[in-house]
Design a protein around this ligand. Structure first.
Ligand code: PGA
Length: 247
């Protein structure tokens, strides 16, 4: 079990050439105690696999369905067939823009697990919900929907990503991040899952704020968007994780 995990979420970024260049720039990265990986867009998954190996690659979403003719969808079986390790589910961009409800996210978790993929389950509140004092309740409801009833030894990752911090440059303060991560840690335990599940923070993680976040007791790593498509920034974030977790 690593002490920390850093995942790069490339979102809808790149070309084949850019993907090749980025994975070759990070390929040699090896920091003790820190696991890392990348989640490129579907067309570039094989490029990442070829250079990094399957164990460092995940997908950004997966179909909630199985054996149905759904144009454009990609099944958990296909991702497993590629040998992928992780799949992100419940990202707020997909919840908001692709109508992925809690029920859909739950189905995606189950589909991923059925194929041996490790789901990275994203939860997080909007700014309006935070301002209304609903942040914890929203996150708990999302966790409950996604995780209730899963076997205690289920291999998964949870990412707390406050929607107001994603792509905005406004990172959660250490106090905000730690407070919510403690809530998530407790809820995961209350749901009967292992307390060892890694909890990632996501939302405007950059080299200059990473170490402060990784120093927090309940932050085990990061889900990194914008900074993950800059090789130097991604390397610096992984190094910050290694430094913080070595202390
Ligand atoms: P960001 O994105 O680092 O660009 O804020 C994080 C995410 O959406 O996973």
């Amino acid at each position: 079990m690593p002490n920390a995990l850093v995942i790069g979420n490339w979102k809808m970024w790149g070309s084949r050439e850019q993907a090749k260049a980025l994975v070759s720039s990070v390929a040699g990265l090896n920091q003790s105690g820190v696991e890392w990986g990348v989640c490129p867009p579907f067309p570039y998954l094989q490029i990442a696999i070829d250079q990094l190996g399957c164990d460092r690659v995940g997908a950004q979403t997966v179909s909630a369905d199985q054996d149905v003719p759904h144009t454009g969808d990609v099944s958990a079986e296909m991702l497993a067939d590629l040998g992928l390790r992780w799949v992100i589910v419940g990202h707020s961009e997909r919840r908001a823009d692709r109508c992925e409800t809690d029920d859909v996210v739950r189905a995606q978790v189950e589909r991923a697990l059925s194929q041996g993929l490790v789901p990275i389950v994203c939860v997080g509140e909007t700014l309006d919900q935070r301002n209304a004092g609903e942040a914890e309740a929203v996150v708990i409801a999302q966790l409950d929907a996604a995780l209730r009833g899963l076997a205690s030894n289920t291999d998964l990752v949870v990412a707390y990503e406050p929607v107001w911090a994603i792509g905005t440059g406004v990172v959660a303060t250490p106090e905000q991040a730690q407070a919510m991560h403690a809530v998530v840690r407790q809820r995961v335990k209350d749901l009967g899952l292992s307390g060892d599940i890694l909890l990632l923070y996501g939302g405007s993680v950059k080299p200059d704020n990473a170490e402060g976040l990784f120093a927090l007791a309940d932050v085990d790593g990061a889900l990194v968007g914008g900074a993950s498509i800059d090789a130097q920034a991604f390397l610096a974030i992984v190094e910050a994780a290694a430094a913080a977790k070595a202390e």
